[in-house]
Design a protein around this ligand. Structure first.
Ligand code: ADP
Length: 247
């Protein structure tokens, strides 16, 4: 089975809204440990592709295979349980909780445990929270209320809240929007750290950042895949140049 090597295999994916094909016969394949960036002009269908993968929007036709599972047949909550995490553009952190608490409440619930087991779970949660805080550059801010974090730190915290659930596939929508240059650099570093255990799909407009992170780039235009490959290949593709210069 040639699909076995891929974490995610999107094939002939199409969704129509009142006859308008927002995503039109899109196929792409994401490897283990790959950072895939989806770029394209506004309205190209980027957000809709992520909505389809996470089960927010139902495909009209086509398939989305995540390991052995067909996500087009699964509910949004089962897709999360299957190991697909999504971060939206606006942070959904709890402002009045500390960094520690924000991470703690995101720890997967699992089966209920009592007594000594609860104690062991608490130690495990603490260990994981500290590990994640280190990864997202917030180890020194664990007791700080989230509302006092910078914009960039809030974005990292939200990535941390996904990471603590240990997804195999993480999807990020414009993670560096509004960040300073140094925060962008650290976000690229963060993605390179976390990719060791998973695959990541990122929607991004900042081409410098895309160059820093992308293993491969998929260019969408009018609901279709216009070009795909390394950033170097894609940015010299005449079709891509035409679409971007035409804007
Ligand atoms: P992008 O993220 O690349 O900017 P989107 O995926 O948000 O593009 O949108 C692709 C196209 O689909 C746009 O023309 C948008 O207006 C349309 N669209 C997206 N969602 C819906 C919906 N729920 N109903 C109708 N049209 C939609």
């Amino acid at each position: 089975d040639p699909q076995k090597q891929f974490v995610l295999a999107v094939e002939a994916l199409t969704v129509s809204f009142d006859g308008f094909k927002a995503v039109n016969d899109v196929s792409f394949y994401v490897d283990e440990n790959e950072i895939r960036v989806i770029i394209g002009p506004n309205g190209a269908g980027k957000t809709t592709v992520l909505d389809l993968i996470c089960g927010r929007t139902r495909a009209t036709s086509g398939s989305i295979k995540f390991r052995d599972m067909d996500l087009t047949k699964m509910s949004e909550s089962n897709i999360v349980l299957a190991g697909v995490g999504r971060k939206f553009q606006n942070p959904s952190i709890y402002d009045d909780l500390t960094v520690f608490e924000n991470l703690e409440i995101s720890f997967p619930r699992g089966r209920s445990v009592f007594g000594a087991l609860t104690f062991r779970r608490d130690a495990e949660v603490r260990r994981r929270v500290e590990e994640i805080a280190e990864t997202i550059f917030l180890a020194d801010h664990l007791d700080e209320r989230a509302e006092f974090l910078s914009h960039g730190q809030k974005q990292w915290l939200e990535i941390g809240m996904l990471l603590i659930q240990d997804p195999d596939l993480m999807m990020l929508d414009e993670p560096v929007a509004g960040m300073s240059v140094s925060e962008r650099k650290k976000t690229a570093e963060l993605l390179h750290k976390i990719i060791k255990n998973r695959s990541v799909i990122v929607i991004e407009h900042d081409m410098k950042f895309v160059e820093d992170i992308a293993h491969r780039v998929t260019v969408l235009h009018q609901g279709k895949v216009l070009s795909e490959g390394s950033m170097d290949r894609v940015k010299h593709d005449p079709r891509v140049i035409e679409v971007y210069l035409g804007h």
